[in-house]
Design a protein around this ligand. Structure first.
Ligand code: PMP
Ligand code: GLN
Length: 385
C-alpha cells in the first residue's frame, strides 16, 4: 500500500472499542454518547427521508443547512457569514479536516500542530507533503509558552491546526493563549484550521471563543464544526466548514473529489437542530458538565489523579500513583489494555495523541454515558484497585 498510510496501524479508537467488546468491558474509550439524541432532530431526519430528500444535494450543502450555519455563527459568535460563499457541508468533521488540509497544503509547507492532537491530522498532512512542527502542551494544564511558538513557527509555516476545546486534554484555550497564537499567525502570515467540533461542550460557565473572531483573523481561519457532537449523534457524520471565500474555494476542490455530498435528509435535520433555542445548548453543556463531575469524583475516590478540564466528552487521569500502588509497571497503552481485561473498564491512552514527548502515565475517559454506566464503571474500578 501507500508508504505513508502503511506506516500507521489501526486507529486507537477502533482498537480499544473492539478490545472492550471482547472483554465485555464498559467502554469509556471512544468518544460517543450512549443516549438517543434529541427526539425532535431525529424526527426531522425521518420526516425528510420519507418526504424524499434522498438524491444528491448540491455539492456545497443544502441551502437550508448553509443558511442555518450562517445563522448559528451570528447568534453565538456575532460573526457575519455569507452562506453562499463562506459555508460548506462535509461528511463529518473528519472530511472537513481532510478537505482543508489537502486543499491548502503544498509539498514543503510547514504545519504547526499542538500535541496532544487528534489522530487524523498528521497522516493527511503527510499525504499532502506538509512538514509537521510540534508544540507539545504540558500537563496538568496543557500549557505552552511564547518560546514554544518561536520554535515551531517559521517563514515556511503555511498553517496551524488548533483543536479547541481540545480532545483528549479537555483544555479550553484562554483568550490570552489565543491572542498569542494570533500574534504568531499575523507575524508569519499563516492560516489556521480550527477544529471546533466541541464548541458547545464547554463547562464551568466558560464560553468558546472561535479563533476566527480575533482581530485580523476573520479571513485567516477555517472553522470546522460537527453535528455529531452538537446533537449527540456521532454516527451521522455531518460536518461543516466556515471560511472566507478565497480559503473555502480550494477546500471545495478537495471536497468534490472526496465525498462530493452528504446525505440530504441528515442535512435537513441538522439545519432544524441548529435553529433550536438557547435552552437546548445550555442543557447539553449542563448535562455533560454534571457527568464530568460525577465521573471525576468517582475516579478520584478510586485513587486516580484527575486533571482539570473544561470541555469535550473527556477527562484525563494520571495513573502514576495508582499504578505504583497496584504494582503495575507499564506505560499508558499497556495500562489501558490491562484495565480493560482486569477491571472491565476501557479508556484511551493519551500517548496515542503524540508523536514525540508523549506523557506515559495519562489515560482518557469518556463521560458522555448514562449515570448508571458511569457508576458501574467506578464500582468495577473500586473492586480492582
Ligand atoms: N476532531 C476531533 C477533535 C474529534 O474529537 C472528532 C470526533 N471523532 C472529529 C474531529 C471527527 O468528527 P466527525 O465524527 O464529525 O467526523
Ligand atoms: N472523537 C472520538 C474520540 O476521540 C471518536 C473518534 C473516532 O472514533 N475516530 O474518541
Amino acid at each position: 500500500g501507500n508508504a505513508i498510510l502503511s506506516s500507521y496501524g489501526t486507529t486507537i479508537f477502533e482498537v480499544m472499542s473492539r478490545l472492550s467488546e471482547e472483554h465485555g468491558a464498559i467502554n469509556l474509550g471512544q468518544g460517543f454518547p450512549d443516549d438517543r439524541g434529541p427526539a425532535d432532530v431525529l424526527e426531522a431526519a425521518s420526516r425528510a427521508l420519507l418526504e424524499g430528500w434522498n438524491q444528491y444535494p448540491s455539492m456545497m450543502g443544502t441551502p437550508e443547512l448553509r443558511q442555518a450555519l450562517a445563522g448559528h455563527a451570528k447568534r453565538f459568535y456575532g460573526l457575519d457569514v455569507d452562506w453562499k460563499t463562506e459555508t460548506m457541508v462535509t461528511s463529518g468533521a473528519t472530511e472537513a479536516l481532510t478537505a482543508c488540509l489537502l486543499g491548502l497544503i503544498d509539498p514543503g509547507d510547514e504545519v504547526v500542530l499542538f500535541q496532544p492532537m487528534y489522530d487524523s491530522y498528521l497522516p493527511i498532512i503527510r499525504l499532502a507533503g506538509g512538514v509537521p512542527r510540534y508544540v507539545s502542551l504540558k500537563a496538568p494544564d496543557w500549557s505552552f509558552t511564547r518560546a514554544d511558538l518561536e520554535a515551531a513557527f517559521s517563514p515556511k509555516t503555511k498553517l496551524v491546526v488548533i483543536n479547541d476545546p481540545l480532545n483528549p486534554a479537555a483544555k479550553v484555550f484562554s483568550r490570552g493563549e489565543l491572542d498569542l497564537i494570533a500574534e504568531f499567525m499575523l507575524r508569519f502570515d499563516t492560516l489556521a484550521v480550527c477544529d471546533e467540533v466541541y464548541e458547545h461542550l464547554v463547562y464551568d460557565g466558560r464560553r468558546h471563543i472561535p479563533l476566527m473572531t480575533l482581530p485580523g483573523l476573520r479571513d485567516r481561519c477555517l472553522k470546522i464544526g460537527s453535528a455529531g457532537k452538537t446533537f449527540s449523534l456521532t454516527g451521522w457524520k455531518v460536518g461543516y466548514v466556515t471560511a472566507a471565500p478565497h480559503l473555502l474555494q480550494p477546500v471545495a476542490k478537495a471536497h468534490q473529489f472526496l465525498t462530493f455530498t452528504t446525505p440530504p435528509n441528515l442535512q435537513a435535520a441538522v439545519a432544524y437542530g441548529l435553529g433550536k433555542d438557547e435552552g437546548y445548548f445550555a442543557d447539553l453543556a449542563n448535562g455533560l458538565q454534571a457527568k464530568r463531575d460525577r465521573l471525576s469524583a468517582g475516579l478520584r475516590s478510586v485513587g486516580f489523579d484527575v486533571l482539570p478540564g473544561a470541555g469535550t466528552y473527556f477527562v484525563v487521569a494520571d495513573i502514576a500513583s495508582l499504578a505504583a500502588a497496584a504494582g503495575f509497571d507499564g506505560d499508558d497503552q499497556e495500562f489501558c489494555r490491562w484495565m480493560t481485561a482486569e477491571a472491565g473498564v476501557t479508556a484511551i491512552p493519551v500517548s496515542a495523541f503524540f508523536v514525540e514527548n508523549a506523557p506515559q502515565t495519562c489515560i482518557r475517559f469518556c463521560f458522555s454515558k448514562k449515570d448508571q454506566v458511569l457508576d458501574e464503571a467506578i464500582a468495577r474500578l473500586r473492586r480492582r484497585f
